[in-house]
Design a binder for this molecule. Sequence first.
Ligand SMILES: CC(C)(COP(=O)(O)OP(=O)(O)OC[C@H]1O[C@@H](n2cnc3c(N)ncnc32)[C@H](O)[C@@H]1OP(=O)(O)O)[C@@H](O)C(=O)NCCC(=O)NCCS
Length: 175
Amino acid sequence: MSSLPELHIRRFVTEEGETLHRLMHDTIRTVAVGLYTPAQVAAWAPDPGSAAWRLQGERLFSSLLHSVSLVAEAGGAPVGFGTITAAGFLDYLYVHHAVGRRGVGSRLLDALEDAARQAGAGAITTHASLLLRPLLERRGFSVRERREVLVSGVPLVNFLMRKDLGVGNRPAYPV
Ligand SMILES: CC(C)(COP(=O)(O)OP(=O)(O)OC[C@H]1O[C@@H](n2cnc3c(N)ncnc32)[C@H](O)[C@@H]1OP(=O)(O)O)[C@@H](O)C(=O)NCCC(=O)NCCS
């Protein structure tokens, strides 16, 4: 495995919405294979240009604009990103498969947790994939509920997970 160029965590800029959507798509189509069925992977990462793709892009862009949105950059290019609301809901976390399992996700989580603390959130909650769950468990999150959601008519499993920050003055995202 080649070494990762120095990682830099910075705020999202509006021009890179489409780049991050592509990163999300390519990553799901690579790392979710084996854990999710082909139909689930296709629903989670719809074909670029399809109606489902456009809808997903709109939802992603809205989250990027209305949350604390951080981008991990290595060698001058985005390799991951995450968004968290002021109430502590971790909405997106994606790390490009080419740099997976080298701590980029953990670095983003550190920064997103700091942002939630600074915003006064009392807890962080998220709907974690099968890929994210073990990483969050190691970081003090616990599973509150196993969920099955329909994405383009295809059932996908995820887990409502929560970590109390113990310092908040804002009500946590309702669970
Ligand atoms: C989950 C994700 C953000 C982790 O990013 P990362 O940079 O690989 O994270 P780190 O290197 O800090 O931690 C790696 C841990 O993540 C999990 N993980 C990452 N890639 C994995 C894979 N292909 N298969 C199984 N677990 C995986 C493992 O727990 C791993 O720990 P390990 O290597 O000791 O087994 C990344 O895999 C990803 O983008 N996945 C697809 C999208 C996703 O599921 N996002 C969450 C949406 S709710």
